[in-house]
Ligand binder design. Structure first.
Ligand SMILES: Cc1ncc(COP(=O)(O)O)c(C=O)c1O
Length: 418
């Protein structure tokens, strides 16, 4: 049985899921009420006086929350800038490097078979433009130990490898990669790393000064529960002169000697709703307030809940864990019996009210239909019990419908023959 340190049913009231059982925080993490209200107030202030909001409040909020990010991820604040999402940050780094001649024809960009499709597509586009080649390190799934990831990545390095794009936590397979070993191993071969940490903030500790990666990006709008459009990019000092925003800013020719060129470049890239960038700090404070040991306590409780739900589902499917315990955080992926994912997902949604991430694994992972589960503060053990029963029943119905489709098909053939 699972005993939570926190009153999950009560905490769930801080979210407005409109009656659905939301089991997919990993894809899109909704905000608790305090964060939503904070952002609404910011939006009201913006509409009351856009001039004051953009020239004073935004500047102050961005500075304050940039400092928050820097201390949260253990990084030099000078190297941290706000982003709208991880995809944007990966584009920013790759396109800046390409524009400044970092990739030459014949160079290699190293990805993994578990990489996020949109980010891998950026690497493919850059390779096409520059004549570089994309190399994909094949990571197994299910996986026995984290060392297999480091081993596969390092085995794919050649003397032409220029940059590796590596996930801290993978999307489809929900695995925590041993990012410190990977970055250090690549460094020994002279290869720089762009870490896609989309899922990492408020999920695993991030200590960038220690990690030493050239680039790291993460989302505030996933596990930290900040507003959608909240992310960061960190760039190590020796690369700051080469990384520019996708949209060139006023700051590009700012002569203020007290602000670094890197910060000026990212300071004002055009008018937009900047309110999401003011939410990471309040999101952190809100999540921290849910557990007596603050955010680390909440994450550890979520991890225990995840393991409880994962075991229920694995047992129901008659399967063994697909990954060692140290590679799992607050998400896990199960390989489902062969079949179409969408009808089963819709079935779970329509009959049982569950919002799940149930879809095809990418061909590079090659395990067919998968279900990824997530455990956030609002999820309960009882939800996992119901989800397990609903999935089991859904799979059974599916078998039944396969059987009856087969019967109809056989009948039709027999009738034809007659
Ligand atoms: C590993 C990984 N990278 C990047 C992204 C993209 O995040 P965003 O949509 O915020 O750009 C995701 C989204 O789920 C992801 O899982």
């Amino acid at each position: 049985m699972f005993h939570s340190d926190i009153d999950r049913a009560k905490i769930a009231q801080e979210w407005d899921f409109n009656g659905v059982d939301y089991m997919n925080h990993g894809s899109f993490g909704a905000c608790p009420r305090a964060v939503k209200e904070f952002q609404s107030k910011q939006r009201d202030a913006l509409q009351r006086n856009p001039m004051d909001y953009f020239s004073d409040d935004t500047v102050r909020n961005m500075a304050e929350n940039r400092l928050f990010w820097a201390s949260f991820i253990g990084a030099d604040p000078e190297g941290v800038v706000h982003m709208e999402c991880t995809t944007q940050a990966v584009n920013t780094v790759m396109k800046s490097l390409a524009l400044r001649g970092y990739f030459k024809s014949g160079d290699e960009i190293l990805l993994t078979s578990h990489g996020y499709n949109a980010c891998n597509n950026v690497a493919r586009e850059i390779a096409e433009l520059t004549g570089a080649t994309v190399i994909v390190a094949k990571i197994p799934f299910p996986i026995a130990e984290a060392g297999q990831v480091t081993g596969a990545i390092l085995a794919a390095v050649t003397n032409k490898t220029r940059l590796a794009l590596i996930d801290h936590i993978t999307s489809e397979t929900a695995l925590i990669f041993p990012i410190h070993d990977i970055v250090a191993g690549l460094k020994k071969h002279g290869v720089e790393t762009l870490v896609d940490g989309a899922h990492a903030p408020a999920h695993v500790p991030i200590t960038l000064e220690k990690l030493g990666a050239a680039f790291y990006t993460g989302n505030g709008h996933k596990w930290l529960c900040a507003a959608p459009g909240c992310a960061f990019l960190y760039v190590r000092e020796d690369f700051r002169d080469r990384i520019r925003p996708l949209s060139t800013s006023h700051g590009a020719n700012d002569t203020n000697p007290h602000i670094s060129a890197f910060q000026k470049n990212f300071a004002w890239t055009g008018t937009r709703d900047t309110t999401a960038w003011s939410t990471p700090k309040v999101a952190f404070e809100t999540l921290s307030g849910f557990h007596r040991d603050g955010l680390p306590g909440l994450i550890s409780d979520n991890k225990r809940l995840l393991r409880y739900g994962y075991k229920l589902l694995l047992d129901a499917l008659g399967q063994k864990p697909h990954a060692p315990d140290d590679m799992l955080g607050t998400m896990a992926t199960l390989i489902l019996p062969p079949g179409e994912p969408l009808p089963l997902r819709n079935d779970l949604r329509q009959r049982d009210n569950f919002v799940t991430q149930l879809w095809w694994a990418s061909p590079s992972i090659g395990v067919g239909r998968i279900l990824r589960i997530s455990a956030q503060a609002y999820n309960t053990p009882e939800q996992y019990q119901r989800l397990t029963a609903a999935l089991f029943a859904g799979l059974k119905r599916e078998k039944g419908s396969v059987k009856s489709a087969l019967k109809t098909w056989v009948k039709k053939r027999l009738i034809k023959k007659v």
